[in-house]
Design a protein around this ligand. Structure first.
Ligand code: URA
Length: 247
């Protein structure tokens, strides 16, 4: 590898292999390549219990500690977050407070980088998935993938009474779209509070579905994706989940 290439993680399911200490620290977000060299030279890294100051020393990930702690996982991460209002699903600081800023700063510098699986609007709270697994991201954001997503909705105006049938019909057309929404399940709590289960992820879909039936969404919270619910996770908190919990 030449010095301009980034130190990627080994291939999935590949046998554990040794990696240079500076590459390990850099790919896991501990420090930039040049900072990693200084940290190793300063004696902050051990391999199998011994301080190693050689940056090009090769070691197994599981044998390495940094400042006395084992290194973060090198495996792909799948993270569930309870997204608060006002945070944006973007990597661009100009767009406001980023959901990534709720994660440890080290994770934000990992390579491959962590991205949200789909998006929640700035004004929507609730269950958001994030991953650094490119294949999983691709699979779960594909239009062919129809995992149910449950939203808790507060409406500006009382329901008309025909929304359940319209949403279930699979004929509802959204503004400037060419195909109708797939059937969606509306559950009425009272005349301004409902839950809506959809299996697609079109842009602002829930807000646009209610706009299409003459209403307006005032609060929106996603509480479930597939089998995953937020459980005790408070707004702004996150935890690792396994793919088995989701599917
Ligand atoms: N539908 C919306 O309108 N907004 C979201 O954030 C998610 C689904």
């Amino acid at each position: 590898m030449n010095s301009t290439e980034s130190p990627k993680r080994p291939m999935k399911n590949s046998k554990p292999s040794k990696q240079r200490l500076d590459q390990l620290l850099t790919s896991l977000g501990y420090a930039s390549r040049s900072e990693s060299k200084k940290l190793i030279a300063a004696g902050l890294v051990t391999v199998a219990g011994e301080i190693i100051k050689k940056i090009d020393f090769k070691a197994f990930h599981h044998d390495v500690t940094f400042q006395g702690e084992p290194l973060d996982t090198r495996e792909e991460m799948l993270i569930m977050m309870n997204k608060p209002l006002d945070f944006v699903c973007s990597h661009d600081d100009d767009e406001g407070k980023l959901v990534y800023s709720l994660l440890p700063s080290r994770w934000q510098k990992r390579d491959p980088k962590i991205s949200t699986i789909g998006r929640l609007d700035k004004e929507t709270s609730g269950l958001l998935l994030l991953t650094d697994d490119g294949q999983l991201l691709h699979r779960l954001t594909s239009p062919k993938y129809h995992v149910p997503k449950l939203y808790e909705v507060t409406l500006d105006r009382p329901l008309n009474g025909n929304e359940t049938d319209i949403f279930a019909s699979g004929t509802l057309m959204l503004n400037s779209e060419k195909t109708p929404c797939l059937p969606a399940k509306l559950t009425i709590i009272d005349d301004t509070h409902v839950t809506l289960e959809i299996t697609e992820g079109r842009y602002h879909q829930v807000r646009r579905m209610f706009a299409a039936v003459g209403n307006h969404v005032t609060t929106l919270h996603r509480s479930k994706i597939g089998n995953l619910t937020l459980g005790d996770l408070k707004l702004g908190e996150y935890r690792m989940v396994s793919q088995d919990e989701l599917l």
